[in-house]
Design a protein around this ligand. Structure first.
Ligand SMILES: NC(=O)c1ccc[n+]([C@@H]2O[C@H](COP(=O)([O-])OP(=O)(O)OC[C@H]3O[C@@H](n4cnc5c(N)ncnc54)[C@H](O)[C@@H]3O)[C@@H](O)[C@H]2O)c1
Length: 355
């Protein structure tokens, strides 16, 4: 596949960068990287599963473009998004003599993206990094916007940095090897983007039963929605909060279930559904919105009901980091495709949800 066929979305954040989207473009990753860096050393950081599937191809592509391309893989999964992995990555970077003039390449889903991105933000006080997202979630969401970080035993994503990539190479063909659970996880974020910003995307998701047929267009529509929000509010001081739709309750659900028995996407789906239902009841959301959302979630294998008691979820949500003082910021839908931040005193949270 020629890189000339790739669609390009420019993101005006950090130093400014392009996202190249095309089926097969992963094999041109090295060539594209060579155009944005003078360095000829690219440290590829990935997880064990992605290394097996795509590590060889990506390494080959960088080597063909004249890079030295040492590769480091850590065990796949969220459990690896820790300081222990970060330390192992630093040791690898030291061994590979990676300097500030070189480049880090994050290959994989949101976990390699977040942890390798944080390594790039901190190694020798920061070096260029590039994202090659291979999960739907990473392609439509986590690979752009510059949020990087690791989890702590005390909570997810507690340590991190804003560090924008220099380049994103997004190959929808890689989604062909992703299991249905991870596709659903990504779909929760796709549906979130449609809910907060685009009725057109919402309707197009309704019209197709699966995303395979128009995957490039779907990924692009999502990237444009996220790009526009990030460009206007890189550091999440206002508008970027809209991207948290469904996440305040979603995180509470994950916490209550101890991050087992429900996927992140499943929790976000239930969080969105509960929020839409409650705000509709409070007269803040157009009637029928919650039903339309539930139906679309079901269409993509996501359930509006996580089986937990709403009172318990609301109580768990009170500790969310999106709290500011005695208020909590809720992201609500005015209608499908339109969203706003609603500030609510924490002690009004239970009545808002009718508990
Ligand atoms: N930085 C951000 O803005 C942002 C946004 C949303 C989520 N996140 C973070 O992203 C993480 C979740 O991302 P994720 O769901 O991609 O998790 P992940 O990176 O763990 O990937 C999920 C699983 O899919 C496997 N996989 C990846 N690509 C594959 C492929 N093409 N074929 C087959 N298997 C493949 C991985 O090995 C892993 O087992 C969370 O830690 C979350 O906090 C970050």
């Amino acid at each position: 596949v020629s890189i000339l066929k790739a669609k390009i979305i420019h993101v005006n954040a950090g130093a400014g960068y392009d996202i190249h989207i095309a089926k097969g473009v992963i094999d041109s990753a090295g060539e594209l990287a060579a155009a944005v860096t003078r360095s000829r050393r690219a440290a590829i950081i990935t997880d064990s599963s992605v290394a097996e599937l795509y590590g060889g191809r990506v390494k080959k592509s960088f080597e063909a473009a004249g890079f030295e391309a040492p590769l480091f893989a850590f065990p796949a999964g969220e459990a690896s998004k820790t300081h222990a992995t970060l330390l192992a990555i630093y040791a690898f970077l030291a061994r590979s003599e990676v300097t500030r003039a070189d480049m880090i390449v994050a290959l994989g889903g949101g976990v390699p993206g977040d942890v390798a991105g944080f390594a790039a933000a901190t190694w020798q006080r920061g070096l260029d990094f590039m994202q090659i997202p291979t999960t739907l979630l990473a392609q439509v969401d986590s690979s752009i916007g510059g949020k990087t970080g690791v989890d702590l035993p005390e909570g997810k994503n507690l340590v991190g940095a804003f560090w924008q990539p220099r380049l994103v190479v997004c190959d929808p063909d890689t989604l062909g090897t992703l299991d249905s659970e991870n596709i659903s996880c990504g779909m929760a974020e796709v549906i979130k983007h449609a809910c907060i910003r685009s009725r057109k995307l919402f309707d197009s998701l309704k019209a197709h039963d699966r995303i395979d047929g128009n995957i490039v267009e779907t990924v692009m529509a999502n990237l444009v929605i996220k790009r526009d929000i990030v460009e206007r509010d890189e550091r999440e001081r206002g508008e970027r909060m809209l991207l948290n739709f469904g996440h305040t309750l979603g995180h509470a659900i994950e916490k209550l279930l101890d991050f087992r028995g429900i996927s992140h996407g499943g929790a976000v789906a239930a969080g969105m559904a509960l929020m839409a239902r409650a705000s509709e009841r409070n007269g803040l959301t157009a009637p029928g919105t919650a039903d339309a959302l539930d139906a679309l979630l079901a269409q993509y294998g996501l359930s509006a009901d996580c089986g937990l008691d709403i009172g318990d979820i609301v109580d768990a949500a009170r500790g969310d980091k999106k709290r500011s003082g005695s208020d909590i910021n809720l992201v609500l839908l005015k209608d499908i495709g339109e969203s706003f931040v609603y500030r609510l005193p924490v002690d009004r949270l239970r009545p808002f949800f009718g508990v």
